[in-house]
Design a protein around this ligand. Structure first.
Ligand code: EPZ
Length: 428
């Protein structure tokens, strides 16, 4: 096990380059199963969720080769059995995407019920509803979902709620179905548009991605291409908030400013200066951070994946801030760890009330999920004294080289091996 040891109180200064988007990459890597020829992906982030996706493909018989840093070639023609190894599938949420992609190619898929960050109940009923609309049946057996169909016929899919994963799976299952599929109440996240662009570059016929109605005319063949994954809007937002929380001055490079609009707007509302350039943003703080109220929403609203980081920053503002995040049942698990650092936050269900006190004190804390871990790192960077963040494997699921990138901005952060005995004591 490893932990980060952070000596806080140093404003971040300099430039940081954003990697490829985790939530686009996990979908696009899974979608290579639909490709009838070899293809190459560029700007693939070096994160553990992607490593698992590539292990799943290789274990099923695909050829996956790291051509050079962040560039991977895929040849999935060798896959014959549409079954994902149980232990790999249950370790992350994105394994659900193998249901859609294997069903789309083989009309058959066997995948363990997904794992991933514990944010409360995360059912896949909408995914299964989309598959059923296309003519697929499913059964749950020994912790695995088996989806199968004689053939997939395009149809109308209406989602009862806004679901990123459900929309992605509906696209992948219908891209080679017979006829037209219309997805209504579709999610509009940038990673959905990126997946549609990837598939269309191979010869798919998908229109309306990024709006709430997506039309997909099934095609029979998808040719090989080289495709670059979009920059990660949440990684970028995390560094924007880290710059603000430490009252620094940072240029965040390789971003699409339009994907950051809701984050930029909220940062400006709390007194942070954000300067937008073509492919970068500059974030600096000249005065005090101000309180605000925030409600997370599906894109283009303020993203739930930025809530822990932004809430942490608000503990440093003066005054009372109200945060509502009801996209998941419980995305405030990190609050109890922030309290160890002196934060004054009360949580009632999906609402948190933050009494900003202007500062935090370093303490040993434990990451509970990916974005909670990022939030605790931000807290450590801003706090007086030393903070130790345990369970950094959560953070490494979605942030490429976060310690090195922060060191490049002047942060005093070190990766330390946790001796087994310490770890046992910590876990009590
Ligand atoms: C994706 O999760 C992301 N994960 C999450 O990012 C992100 O928080 C979420 O979208 C919302 O933007 C990946 O892309 C791998 P949803 P997903 O389906 O697809 C409920 C991160 O930190 N729901 O939009 O699981 C669900 O329980 C991760 O990078 C159903 O009820 O999210 C949740 O309350 C964390 N039934 C809400 O909808 C379903 O069939 C939104 O879920 C599907 C979802």
């Amino acid at each position: 096990m490893e932990k980060f040891v952070i000596h806080g109180g140093k404003p971040l200064h300099g430039e940081v380059t954003i990697s490829g988007a985790k939530n686009a990459a996990v979908a696009i890597v899974a979608a290579t199963i639909l490709c009838d020829e070899p293809c190459v992906l560029e700007n693939v982030p070096e994160i553990s969720d992607i490593t698992i996706c590539m292990k799943i493909l290789s274990s099923m018989g695909a050829k996956v080769k790291l051509e050079k840093r962040n560039v991977v070639s895929f040849d999935t023609r060798g896959i014959t059995k549409p079954e994902v190894p149980y232990e790999l599938a249950r370790s992350m949420r994105a394994s659900t995407y193998f249901l859609g992609t294997l069903l789309g190619r083989f009309h058959d898929a066997l995948v363990a019920m997904p794992g991933g960050c514990d944010l409360g109940d995360r059912p896949i009923d909408q995914h299964l509803k989309a598959f059923a609309s296309l003519g697929a049946k499913h059964e749950l057996k020994n912790g695995q979902v088996h989806c199968y169909a004689d053939e997939l016929i395009g149809s109308q899919i209406y989602f009862d709620l806004n679901t990123v994963g459900g929309t992605i799976n509906a696209i992948m299952a219908s891209v080679k179905a017979k006829g037209m599929t219309i997805i209504e109440n579709a999610a509009k996240e940038p990673h959905i548009v990126d997946l549609a662009n990837f598939l269309n570059s191979m010869g798919a016929d998908i229109r309306g991605a990024g709006t709430d109605v997506i039309k997909i005319r099934g095609v029979s063949y998808l040719k090989g291409i080289t495709y670059g994954i979009i920059p990660d809007q949440i990684e970028a937002g995390t560094y924007m908030v880290a710059a603000a929380a430490t009252k620094g001055d940072v240029i965040i490079k390789n971003v699409i400013p339009k994907h950051l609009e809701s984050i930029t707007a909220k940062l400006r509302k709390v007194g942070v200066t954000v300067i937008e350039n073509d492919e970068s943003v500059q974030v600096k703080v000249e005065g005090p951070l101000l309180k605000t109220s925030l409600k997370t929403m599906p894109h283009p609203g303020f993203p739930t994946d930025m809530q822990p980081q932004f809430s942490t920053m608000l503990t440093l503002a003066e005054g009372t801030s109200i945060i509502t995040d009801d996209i998941f049942d419980n995305r405030f698990k990190y609050v109890s760890e922030l309290r160890r650092m002196g934060a004054d936050i009360s949580v009632d269900g999906t609402v948190a009330v933050i009494q900003g006190k202007g500062s935090l004190q370093g303490a040993p804390v434990v990451a509970t999920d990916l974005r909670a871990g990022a939030a605790l790192i931000i807290a450590g960077l801003a706090a007086h004294g030393t903070t130790e963040v345990e369970n950094i494997h959560f953070v490494e699921r979605g942030y490429e080289c976060i310690d090195k990138k922060l060191q490049g901005l002047g942060a005093d952060i070190k990766r330390v091996i946790v001796p087994e005995i310490d770890h046992v004591r910590m876990s009590g």
